[in-house]
Design a protein around this ligand. Structure first.
Ligand SMILES: O=C(O)CCC(=O)C(=O)O
Length: 273
């Protein structure tokens, strides 16, 4: 899979590019089954919602080991559908996965993600630069405005890093957020936020400086999404005092190799292992 010149230009202009139906319904069903299985595991790789026992976020599904490892996500991160476009966007062959994150915004319980820039956190992790990173969001349900789809402010990656403030009160997930006054100033000068909706299987690559947020899930439908964050090996974090754990700031800097595109076969292999 290769991005066209037009898609690369869209990413550069808007800070994101949408690739509809990149994964099949069977692949999506298999991924959802894996997350239902992993959600029951008692591990620090998983943050639960305050309102109940359901998972808000599950980390590190893309490695071959660890409590949350899953063969289908391991394969997806290295698949010809995600890795080559990530290499194009980042202009480099040598990439690794900074982390994977599965946001299970479950019906009724799934909570808000405040306005933020991902690099606001990753800079504190010691990552030297934002541009050599990109995130592939994969929709596992159909995100809608009612079930808490993501919103992007188009072009806001060009604002640069807005000094974030730490919010450990709004949800169970502690997040570096964009302070309200700066946020409103930027919004006044920007296009209106756009809802990121689409069919399950759709992928959206987005820039680590784009301003984004999502609301509470008010509906009876789940809104599960997976995020694969790619970084250039040459942009790996420098040493910082008390670094976050490996499951969120990976130290597996081995360059990824393109793997099989037969994701369902990897699940078959796992069940026969
Ligand atoms: O899943 C969402 O709605 C937003 C997630 C997000 O922005 C994040 O995990 O940093």
């Amino acid at each position: 899979m290769r991005l066209t010149a037009e898609q690369l230009a869209q990413y550069e202009r808007d800070g994101f590019v949408v690739l509809p139906d990149l994964f099949t319904p069977d692949e999506v069903a298999s991924m959802k089954g894996e997350l239902a299985r992993i959600q029951a595991i008692d591990t620090d790789h998983l943050v639960r919602e305050r309102s109940g026992g359901v998972a808000k976020t599950i980390y590190r599904v893309h490695e071959a080991d660890g409590p949350t490892a899953s063969p289908i996500f391991h394969a997806a991160a290295r698949s010809p559908r995600l890795l080559p476009p990530a290499r194009q966007l980042l202009g480099d062959e040598a990439l690794y996965v900074y982390h994977t994150k599965c946001n299970l915004k479950t019906a009724i319980d799934g909570s808000v993600w405040q306005w933020h820039q991902d690099y606001g956190t990753w800079r504190n992790d010691g990552v030297p630069e934002a541009d050599p990173m990109s995130t592939a969001l994969l929709m596992l349900d159909e995100p809608t405005e009612a079930n808490g789809c993501l919103y992007f402010i188009p072009g806001s990656h060009k604002v640069g890093l807005v000094e974030p403030e730490f919010d450990d009160r709004t949800t169970s997930y502690k997040l570096w957020v964009v302070p309200k006054q700066r946020l409103v100033e930027i919004m006044e000068k920007s296009p209106e936020p756009v809802p990121i909706v689409g069919r399950p299987g759709t992928v959206v690559f987005f820039h680590p400086l784009i301003l984004h947020a999502s609301g509470h899930n008010l509906s009876r439908f789940d809104r599960w999404q997976v995020y694969f964050v790619y970084n250039r090996v040459s942009n790996r974090p420098i040493d910082v005092p008390s670094p976050r754990p490996d499951y969120v700031r990976s130290t597996n800097w081995a360059p990824l190799r393109i793997g099989s595109d037969d994701l369902l076969a990897t699940m078959g292999e796992a069940s026969h292992a």
